[in-house]
Design a binder for this molecule. Structure first.
Ligand SMILES: C[S@@+](CC[C@H](N)C(=O)[O-])C[C@H]1O[C@@H](n2cnc3c(N)ncnc32)[C@H](O)[C@@H]1O
Length: 163
């Protein structure tokens, strides 16, 4: 972790996913037109911006860190995506999950463990969830992909489906 990394009050780092890993995660989600995609802790909105180029999806991001919210707003404006991506300045523990089809995550394993109960209780059956670097504690992945970046950095990506 870089020394200048910014953290939330709960100690979650603001670390961005490399774009090629974002694309691999989105490939695994297999998004379809008309679906709702959430990014819980969306950072600079890079995953949502990439998703809308793949399918006609409704994109919602939750974020609380001012530096990330600023970056997301700037990127969304730059890509003229203000009408297709909504960023909610809100703790993702308050997110409404009842109409979600797919979720993209990049959180520490500790945080994945904390949010997993909400996901289990509130997500519709069949919702796909993708994460990388850290798996969701006690969940069984439907697919695990070992991905090597163009710089030969290995990433492990986990795909889950709500049962
Ligand atoms: C590791 S970064 C990932 C950023 C982005 N999703 C990506 O993959 O590039 C985790 C993000 O989650 C945000 N975050 C952590 N806890 C949060 C919470 N309770 N509610 C909303 N956002 C949160 C952090 O501010 C941070 O931007």
């Amino acid at each position: 972790m870089k020394s200048q990394t910014v953290f939330t009050s709960l100690g979650e780092p603001y670390e961005l996913t490399p774009n090629e890993v974002v694309l691999e995660k989105l490939r695994l989600l297999n998004l379809q037109d008309g679906e709702v995609l959430l990014d819980l802790g969306c950072g600079d909105a890079r995953s949502l911006l990439a998703a809308r180029k793949i399918a006609d999806v409704t994109c919602i991001g939750y974020e609380i860190l001012p530096i990330a919210l600023e970056a997301a707003a700037e990127n969304i404006k730059k890509e003229n995506a203000t009408d297709t991506i909504e960023i909610r300045e809100e703790d993702f523990f308050h997110a409404d999950l009842c109409k979600v089809n797919a979720i993209i995550l990049y959180l520490t394993r500790n945080m994945l463990g904390k949010i997993s109960l909400k996901l289990e209780n509130e997500l519709p059956v069949g919702t796909r969830i993708v994460t990388h670097d850290f798996d969701i504690p006690a969940w069984e992945a439907e697919k695990i992909v070992h991905f090597k970046s163009s710089k030969s950095i290995p990433f492990t990506i986990y795909l889950y489906r709500q049962k």
